[in-house]
Design a protein around this ligand. Structure first.
Ligand SMILES: Nc1ncnc2c1ncn2[C@@H]1O[C@H](COP(=O)(O)OP(=O)(O)OP(=O)(O)O)[C@@H](O)[C@H]1O
Ligand SMILES: [Mg+2]
Length: 112
């Protein structure tokens, strides 16, 4: 099993959610986040003054899926979240050792 953590632009959340639903993934977690990438935030005008904004609002979508769903899931997220402009975000993938469905006690891929 794999965990996908996708940091995306907040307004792309609905599209990403729908794209994951379309390929059959049912569970996900959304976390409000802030961060910066290579551009280290940007300079923003607010009430006539320039402020350096270090941290920009982002949304982190966490999805745990079976190994065979990984490629489809990453592709779905990438397509849905992409605008082609800076700050579109990043997708991190890591291994998951175990999943337990609390209600039933199922483990592993059955529980995802
Ligand atoms: N190396 C990283 N580790 C953890 N989080 C990161 C990393 N790089 C980016 N992020 C997160 O992803 C968000 C979006 O990053 P962003 O898309 O700006 O990356 P980038 O490398 O600057 O690419 P781009 O040039 O397309 O903007 C950041 O605000 C931050 O929350
Ligand atoms: Mg950036």
């Amino acid at each position: 099993m794999k965990k996908i953590e996708a940091i995306i632009k907040p307004f792309k959340l609905d599209e990403v959610k729908d794209a994951l639903h379309e390929i059959g993934l049912q569970g996900l977690t959304v976390i409000e986040a802030k961060g910066f990438g290579r551009q280290k935030g940007h300079t923003e005008l607010y009430r006539g003054a320039e402020y350096v904004v270090d941290f920009l609002p982002k949304v982190k979508v966490e999805v745990v899926c079976s190994d065979d769903m990984l490629d489809r899931a990453v592709e779905a997220i990438q397509q849905a979240a992409r605008t082609g402009r800076i700050g579109d975000g990043k997708i991190f993938v890591s291994d998951i050792a175990e999943v337990i469905r609390i209600r039933t006690g199922e483990r592993g891929e059955e529980a995802v």
